[in-house]
Write a new protein. Structure first.
Length: 223
């Protein structure tokens, strides 16, 4: 069990080994070796399931697929054709899961884009960050402090997103994967910074566990 600013999320029994490996699984340039490319089932397993986000109702169960070259994943968006090719043309598998929470109908969405190697994932992260970063979540967006999960990360919040209320978009890179998280609702109460931080920590840890050859077990504690 790991604490994030006094809050907890749960890891598997191999937590100590995973934590030690995390420091050496970034770019592979520090002697840690290259990160693992993930298969279809592994991409699906990275996505948080209902057990990983207690208190949320499942809307879309974790599912992964091989992308259709003519129709890139709906979450693979970029500012221009060249950047879109960098981000979308080299995806090996992708997947998503989605949840909702009453009483305000808050949505919680996760997506994973997997690449053949870290170089491709790194370039894709940069291209996607140009699209999803800053004001893309909504006018007047401000950064959310999520600590340092994964190899690269960014999170932003706007008071008015696509659903009409507060919204957040988080993007992470963990080894050969680029991860995305979005939240939003039609009300006035935003998903807290702490929750955004916990979702990012759990998602990044699940991706790292899979790349370490482990069964992903990281989950948000409580509900």
């Amino acid at each position: 069990m790991i604490r994030v600013d006094g809050h907890r999320y749960i890891r598997g029994a191999a937590a100590g080994a995973a934590l030690l490996l995390l420091a050496g699984c970034g770019s592979g340039e520090d002697g840690g070796g290259a990160a693992k490319a993930l298969g279809k089932a592994e991409v699906s397993s990275v996505l948080p399931d209902a057990k990983a986000v207690p208190g949320w109702r499942s809307v879309l169960t974790p599912d992964a697929q091989e992308p259709n070259p003519e129709f890139p994943p709906s979450v693979c968006l970029s500012v221009n054709k060249k950047k879109r090719a960098t981000a979308c043309d080299h995806i090996t598998y992708w997947g998503a899961s989605a949840y909702a929470r009453k009483p305000d109908g808050t949505s919680l969405n996760f997506w994973t884009l997997a690449y053949k190697d870290e170089k491709s994932a790194d370039a894709a992260y940069d291209a996607l960050a140009e699209y999803y970063g800053g004001d893309r979540v909504g006018v007047g967006a401000v950064p959310v402090d999520i600590g340092e999960p994964g190899d690269e990360r960014e999170a932003n919040r706007a008071e008015m997103g696509t659903m009409g209320g507060p919204a957040t978009i988080t993007q992470l890179r963990v080894g050969t994967t680029v991860l995305g998280i979005s939240t939003g609702n039609q009300g006035k109460e935003a998903v807290s910074d702490q929750e955004v931080k916990e979702f990012a920590a759990v998602f990044a840890e699940r991706a790292q566990q899979v790349q370490n050859g482990e069964k992903p077990s990281a989950a948000v504690a409580g509900g």
